[in-house]
Write a protein that binds this ligand. Structure first.
Ligand SMILES: CC/C=C\C/C=C\CCC/C=C/CC(=O)SCCNC(=O)CCNC(=O)[C@H](O)C(C)(C)COP(=O)(O)OP(=O)(O)OC[C@H]1O[C@@H](n2cnc3c(N)ncnc32)[C@H](O)[C@@H]1OP(=O)(O)O
Length: 288
């Protein structure tokens, strides 16, 4: 088998077409993730749930489990990315929230919150190499990381309002923390998807890359900024900046999950999701 993998070296990250490379994380057997680690204990976590990395409970559970592994093995940094050169992550799996049992919607959302707690609160530095579109939950996953590098000419944002429901309050706070109140309000109320360059302008992403290789070089550059910073100090500072939101979600996880399930289960919301799915299918049909 020959596939693209990312070979990390002390001086940078190289894209290499090879199969004989570094250590594979052996503590987990993942269906939708590839996890590689370099000699510096930096992990590259690649989502590979074709075609568009929609976040179903299984993928979310795998991400959660990898994050536990990375904490336990004292990983020194993590790059989160996608197998695809078109889509980073298409958000929550719509089919898990459309016409689904409340318990299934609840499990999916609660697992997303678990990923938030582990990823946003991780002791190691995290960076998203966004190699394609990142709508809704895809943007959310990027926002959980400390730094975002996005390949040019794609779209990112919280378009939940377009689907007929609002983004829950913790993610609104996170968006405000990232791009400011005014920009967040304008973006969220219209379900705006930003182009890569617009996202850079408002601060939704931190750097633009011309392609995947450059995104990895820049991600590696971000992680190397911390080589000379004592990890303990870095982590204390990170936790103190993130404590309020982390505590809120940890304490109120059940309440937020119930709120999300009630909202998604509303008849009008289900109708909006149905219309959104029709629209998605029509777009695809018209493109052919
Ligand atoms: C502090 C914070 C704490 C906690 C967080 C709190 C709250 C967070 C709230 C998060 C809520 C999120 C809600 C969602 O994420 S709902 C999902 C929203 N997603 C979208 O709107 C994206 C929809 N998809 C697209 O726009 C395009 O598919 C995309 C641009 C991604 C790719 O386009 P492309 O042309 O490449 O592919 P398509 O032909 O459109 O799609 C291929 C097949 O994939 C299916 N698909 C696409 N997206 C999804 C999805 N999200 N779920 C399930 N399936 C999806 C699509 O239907 C195609 O299927 P087939 O027709 O081939 O069967």
């Amino acid at each position: 088998m020959s596939s693209y993998v990312y070979k990390t070296t002390r001086r940078g990250v190289l894209l290499a077409k090879t199969v004989s490379y570094q250590v594979r994380l052996c503590s987990g057997n993942f269906r939708h993730l590839e996890v590689l680690k370099d000699e510096n204990n930096v992990a590259i976590v690649t989502m590979k749930r074709a075609p568009v990395n929609s976040l179903n409970t299984e993928l979310l559970t795998e991400i959660s489990s990898v994050l536990t592994d990375l904490e336990e093995t004292k990983c020194s940094g993590m790059i989160l990315t996608s197998f695809s050169d078109k889509v980073f992550c298409s958000g929550l799996d719509i089919y898990e929230i459309f016409k689904s049992k409340p318990s299934a919607i609840g499990t999916s959302f609660s697992t997303l919150l678990e990923v938030f707690i582990k990823l946003y609160g991780s002791t190691f530095p995290t960076v998203a190499a966004i190699t394609g579109h990142a709508p809704a939950g895809g943007c959310v996953l990027g926002l959980f990381c400390e730094y975002r590098i996005m390949v040019q000419n794609f779209k990112i944002g919280l378009n939940e309002d377009q689907l007929g429901f609002n983004a829950p309050s913790p993610i609104v706070k996170l968006m405000i923390n990232t791009i400011g109140h005014r920009n967040a309000e304008l973006a969220l109320t219209s379900g705006r998807l930003f182009t890569t360059s617009q996202a850079l302008q408002v601060g939704l992403v931190d750097e633009i890359a011309k392609d995947r290789t450059e995104a990895f070089e820049k991600a590696d550059g971000f992680l190397r900024r911390f080589e000379m910073i004592p990890p303990l100090a870095r982590n204390f500072t990170k936790q103190s900046m993130r404590r309020a939101l982390l505590q809120d979600v940890t304490i109120n996880r059940e309440k937020y999950t119930e709120g999300f399930v009630s909202m998604i289960s509303l008849h009008e919301v289900q109708q909006s999701i149905a219309a959104y799915l029709d629209n998605l299918k029509n777009k695809k049909r018209n493109a052919h």
